[in-house]
Design a protein around this ligand. Structure first.
Ligand SMILES: Nc1ncnc2c1ncn2[C@@H]1O[C@H](COP(=O)(O)OP(=O)(O)O)[C@@H](O)[C@H]1O
Ligand SMILES: Cc1ncc(COP(=O)(O)OP(=O)(O)O)c(N)n1
Length: 269
């Protein structure tokens, strides 16, 4: 039996909860072979002015070629792409690859506030990447930004956005409603015909960093195994809910560290 192979083209989140790190951990948990092409290093760090280190186009190309030529992929996901040039390069690489299971997670802003896609790159994402996506997985804010409209605030808004996003080319749209705090954890999926609502109980936690990456990586893993898109999304939704329910709570530690650092710098200033 051929072992399912997955590739993530995304940013490295040094703190380990999101980006390539979350993707590879998810691939491993779901029993598929995981590979990565890193577009940028994100080191969220209060002591650095510049915490994003972009990779060259040659570095991105070399990583993708090395995984696709040596191993091959049954499904590919894209995460943080950051610049217009990287988006264009990745779009060409994906077209050349012939892989049809392409999951596009249009990562824009991290929950810790880092800008992970340049404002001027949104149009490139729409024009070069969305048409080849099997499934596009924006959160509510990203859905609004892609459509140049306000952020959806209700299930009805999410359904309307899913309908509009489908016109931009992806076969399936999955809008994630994690940010809609008064509601259960609802997501909306649209395939051009049917609107499907996926609902889970909202876990009372602040530890959701990397939830979106984990979700899209789980969808990628299931597609690589040959699952249908609906099946992949249902399995991934159950997986990410469990991941949130049993999340490690290092983030609180990080927040405390940050507070202490501020106090320290205040004292020596
Ligand atoms: N507190 C929570 N409890 C349960 N599920 C959640 C919670 N927060 C987010 N989710 C779910 O996690 C997945 C990722 O959603 P979201 O956090 O909106 O994405 P992103 O990380 O891209 O902003 C979605 O299925 C969403 O419904
Ligand atoms: C390098 C990197 N890529 C993506 C993200 C965003 O991850 P996501 O799961 O969409 O949301 P957060 O919960 O992490 O904001 C990231 N933070 N870093």
């Amino acid at each position: 039996m051929k072992f399912p192979r997955t590739l993530t083209i995304a940013g490295s989140a040094s703190q380990g909860s999101a980006g390539v790190q979350a993707d590879l951990k998810t691939f491993q948990e779901l029993n598929v072979y995981g590979m990565s092409a890193i577009t940028a290093f994100v080191a969220t760090n209060q002591t650095l002015d510049q915490s994003i280190f972009t990779q060259s186009l040659d570095a991105v190309k070399a990583q993708v070629y090395s995984s696709l030529e040596h191993v091959g992929a049954d499904a590919v996901k894209t995460g943080m792409l950051f610049t217009e040039d990287i988006i264009k390069t990745v779009a060409v690489l994906l077209e050349e690859s012939g892989v049809s299971n392409i999951v596009v997670d249009p990562v824009m802003i991290g929950k810790m506030g880092s800008q992970l896609l340049k404002d001027e790159a949104v149009d490139a994402l729409i024009n070069y990447l969305l048409p080849s996506a099997k499934i596009l997985t924006p959160n509510v804010e990203e859905a609004g930004r892609i459509l140049h409209t306000s952020t959806p605030e209700s299930l009805k808004d999410m359904e309307e956005c899913a309908y509009e996003l489908h016109k931009l080319g992806p076969e399936y749209i999955l809008i994630k409603g994690g940010a809609l705090k008064g509601l259960p954890a609802i997501d909306v999926m649209f395939d051009g015909n049917e609107m499907l609502v996926l609902e889970e109980e909202r876990v009372a936690t602040i530890h959701t960093s990397g939830a979106g990456c984990t979700y899209s990586a789980a969808i990628t893993a299931q597609l690589a195994k040959g699952d249908t898109v609906e099946g992949a999304v249902r399995t991934a939704k159950a997986f990410v809910t469990q991941a949130i329910r049993y999340a490690l709570d290092f983030n609180r530690g990080l927040a405390q560290l940050t507070k202490q650092r501020h106090a320290f710098f205040h004292r020596i200033a």
